[in-house]
Design a protein around this ligand. Structure first.
Ligand code: 5AD
Ligand code: SF4
Length: 356
């Protein structure tokens, strides 16, 4: 296709493009850029939702602290290690440990210990990604030294004013603090991921274009982004919002692939909520990572950051089987037993070695 204009105006134009043929050409060319730069394999990260306890109150999230109708849980060490063992034996290259945000010393130590144990039980073979919110930089360092090598922390929106609208003004939800945490993670040496929600109330196409440019400007290594989905037990769930639109998320993925050909981009579960094949469509638009759920069935329904989360009755083996079947029907190849690290991260290390 013709050169894609990746200036802010160009990005806004694409985000507002309705012509089916042009949108299809954009998504196809993003797939080709991926194939040329990092290949077409999809890498899996088994997702373990450690705990739904959270000290925060993000206005969009179903497990926010103020939602008293959620039964709070925390997996035991044994339950987490069982899930990790399942993932390793099933030839998954990597795991993601995700939970609400907590900062107590006991919790920090528990995570450190878990990371060490997972490394140990898999002979160092399982790559570990953490997604445990904002922490002090010495905590990030402790977890890094324990063996975690990737961290996901979404900026949610690159627009500080929009960030302020979708979080309570209670002194605990600061855009600047979030940005600092992301930059700390990069400094420590993590492969660092961020992301945004797409289609939120108050959000404009300009905001989304700025989000893409923000990711490029801070030199992020990985991105997970997906549609904003209403949760009725949240303050934002009461606001009017248009129906979530998969195409807008696919265009975001494709444009990001054009901007950052060698990063890892996740096809997120939220995309699967609005379309059974949402994740596979994202792969065809330039994404290269999928995070199948490995959490034990008993607690899955309690980790609903949005409603209609898919697969809450399934266990890890069923989630794995369904995903493999979906990928097979689409002719998408899986990178078994590989970490599937961000090539952009490798590039940045090489640059450092060359010039520093
Ligand atoms: N819709 C879509 N994504 C959501 N998240 C939280 N609540 C929602 C929602 N209602 C996302 C946020 C957070 C990640 C863990 O889940 O981006 O960073
Ligand atoms: Fe907690 Fe994350 Fe939900 Fe915010 S988005 S309330 S930090 S789990």
């Amino acid at each position: 296709m013709e050169n894609v204009d990746l200036s802010k105006e160009g990005l806004v134009g694409w985000l507002e493009e309705n012509d089916e043929q042009r949108v299809k050409a954009l998504l196809d060319s993003a797939y080709n850029i991926k194939a040329k730069n990092i290949g077409t394999k999809v890498f899996l990260r088994g997702l373990i939702e450690l705990s739904n306890k959270c000290s925060k109150n993000c206005c969009y999230c179903g497990i926010r602290n103020a939602n008293k109708s959620v039964a709070r849980y925390e997996l035991s060490e044994e339950q987490v290690l069982d899930a990790a063992l399942f993932a390793w034996k099933a030839n998954y290259g990597s795991l993601v440990l995700q939970a609400g945000e907590r900062t107590s010393l006991a919790y920090v130590k528990k995570v450190t210990h878990l990371v060490q144990q997972i490394k140990h039980l898999s002979n160092g073979e399982l790559g570990i990604t953490l997604s445990l919110g904002e922490q002090e930089s010495d905590v990030y360092k402790e977890w890094f030294d324990a063996g975690a090598h990737r961290y996901l922390l979404r900026i949610e929106s690159s627009n500080p004013d929009l960030y302020a609208k979708i979080h309570p003004r209670d002194g605990h939800h600061s855009w600047e603090r979030r940005l600092k945490a992301i930059l700390d993670l990069k400094d420590i040496g993590y492969q660092t991921g961020t992301g945004v929600m797409i289609g939120m109330p108050y959000q404009t196409s300009e905001d989304l274009a700025d989000d893409l440019l923000f990711m490029k400007n801070i030199g992020i290594h990985m991105v997970g982004m997906g549609p904003y989905l209403k949760h009725s037990q949240t303050p934002m769930g009461e606001l009017y919002n248009e129906e979530p639109n998969l195409e807008l998320s696919l265009k975001m993925v494709a444009l990001l692939r054009h901007l950052m050909p060698r990063i890892n981009i996740a096809a997120t579960t939220a995309m699967q909520v609005i379309d059974k094949y949402g994740r596979e469509k994202a792969i065809m638009a330039g994404a290269n990572i999928i995070m199948p759920n490995m959490t034990i069935t008993e607690v899955r329904k309690e980790y609903q950051i949005y409603e209609n989360k898919p697969g809450i009755e399934d266990d890890a083996a069923i989630s794995k089987g369904k995903l493999e079947e979906n990928l097979r029907t689409q002719g998408i190849e899986i990178g078994w037993m590989e970490w599937g690290d961000s090539k952009a991260f490798g590039d940045s290390l090489q640059m450092k070695n060359k010039y520093l």
